[in-house]
Design a protein. Structure first.
Length: 140
């Protein structure tokens, strides 16, 4: 009898976890009108956690596919000193990428692609409520 109850408990836990994940996925924001992802407002508190939605285009406004983006977040934690969190990835065929959750602090974004000049910028946390757009210039 104990095994049956234990098995039912495990099955119920697995079902409820799957149901909660489905509910979470169905409540995310729809993509922005220009095709860039937009997950809503990111927290601006220094120890908050958010994400960066990025769109990379060239000088003519054409999406840059396969651009490498690296986002470093640097913040100071009491008693532990300076902390670093880094997320990175490559843009899709539409030139967009949503970098995974990051800690808020000083945000430094580096974007590079073959045939383009590398772009390094500091991103203010207040601008994370909308996708960040980076324009890459071609190498001469």
């Amino acid at each position: 009898m104990r095994r049956l109850i234990f098995t039912l408990f495990i099955a119920a836990a697995m079902f409820s976890t799957g149901f909660a994940q489905d509910q979470l996925q169905s409540t995310t924001s729809p993509p922005a009108m220009d095709g860039a992802p937009n997950m809503g407002r990111a927290p601006s508190a220094p120890n908050g956690i958010g994400r960066l939605d990025l769109r990379v285009v060239d000088e003519s406004g054409t999406p840059v596919s396969g651009a490498y983006a690296s986002l470093k977040s640097i913040w100071v934690k009491a008693r532990e000193g300076e902390q670093l969190c880094e997320s990175f990835g490559a843009t899709n065929s539409e030139g967009t990428i949503a970098l995974p959750p990051i800690h808020m602090g000083t945000l430094k974004l580096k974007v590079k692609a073959k045939g383009y000049r590398t772009q390094e910028i500091e991103v203010p946390t207040s601008s994370l409520s909308q996708p960040v757009r980076v324009t890459l210039a071609r190498k001469k």
